[in-house]
Design a binder for this molecule. Structure first.
Ligand code: 0O2
Length: 214
């Protein structure tokens, strides 16, 4: 059913969705600049790697259906906030907030929503910082403010979320309680790793400082 709806309006969908690609390019450039500047000043790059994607019309239609909304371009633009998505993977938790602050300080970016699943993880253990931002895209006769979802997480959080996404996320049925518990334990283990690596980095910094004194 959803494919039929999409097929009949595919041209209209394409016309409205092409600006999201430009918005992603704008955001990617900004993030690359921030990362390189940070590397230059602090000799440390907060971004480990970055990935961006445009949601396909079929996935947008599925998400609209999941939300109980009619499959229209208007609803997609208004109600689906992650048509354009960037995932930033950072080395340390502090890098996540460094990037967050830097993004908030950019005059042409309007942060319209923040969901901090690091301070308040989801019940299954999911952690990530989610932002919805609006960024202007300058076209020949128009300026379009385009929504982009930015997910920022550490390598350990990404490891957990990527595998959990493959195994369980969007699982139609209820996950058995004992498996939910195991999943939560795995998330705790990922968090332990984040804390451990932070401690090791702090110790190395201290060590270097001591060496400089000698
Ligand atoms: P996909 O396939 O990754 O794109 P909203 O309409 O924005 O208010 P939404 O979309 O649920 O509601 O917002 P939220 O909570 O910010 O989550 C958006 C995205 O975060 C999801 O997109 C996932 O990518 C990711 N996410 C959220 N919760 C989980 C989770 O429990 N596990 C994993 N692995 N990822 C999660 P999509 O479109 O649902 O999925």
């Amino acid at each position: 059913h959803e494919t039929e709806i999409l097929q009949s309006n595919l041209l209209e969908w394409k016309e409205h969705l092409f600006v999201y690609k430009f918005a992603l390019e704008e955001i990617n450039t900004k993030l690359k600049i921030l990362n390189e500047e940070y590397q230059y000043i602090h000799n440390h790059n907060p971004i480990e790697h970055m990935k961006s994607r445009i949601k396909s019309p079929a996935s947008i239609a599925k998400k609209l259906q999941r939300k109980g909304l009619e499959i229209t371009v208007g609803n997609a633009i208004e109600q689906i906030h992650d048509i354009a998505g960037v995932r930033i993977t950072c080395s340390f938790i502090s890098d996540i907030y460094t990037m967050f602050d830097a993004i908030c300080r950019q005059d042409d970016i309007e942060v319209i929503r923040v969901k901090d699943y690091i301070k308040k993880p989801k019940a299954n253990g999911y952690k990530s910082l989610h932002l919805i931002v609006k960024i202007p895209v300058f076209l020949s006769n128009d300026v379009k403010k385009v929504k982009v979802e930015i997910q920022i997480r550490t390598i350990a959080m990404d490891f957990w979320a990527s595998l959990e996404h493959k195994i369980y996320y969007k699982f139609e049925k209820e996950i058995p309680e004992e498996l939910q518990l195991e999943l939560k334990k795995a998330a705790d283990a990922a968090h332990f790793l984040d804390e451990k690596m932070k401690k090791i980095r702090d110790d190395v910094d201290l060590f270097k400082l001591e060496e400089m004194k000698i």
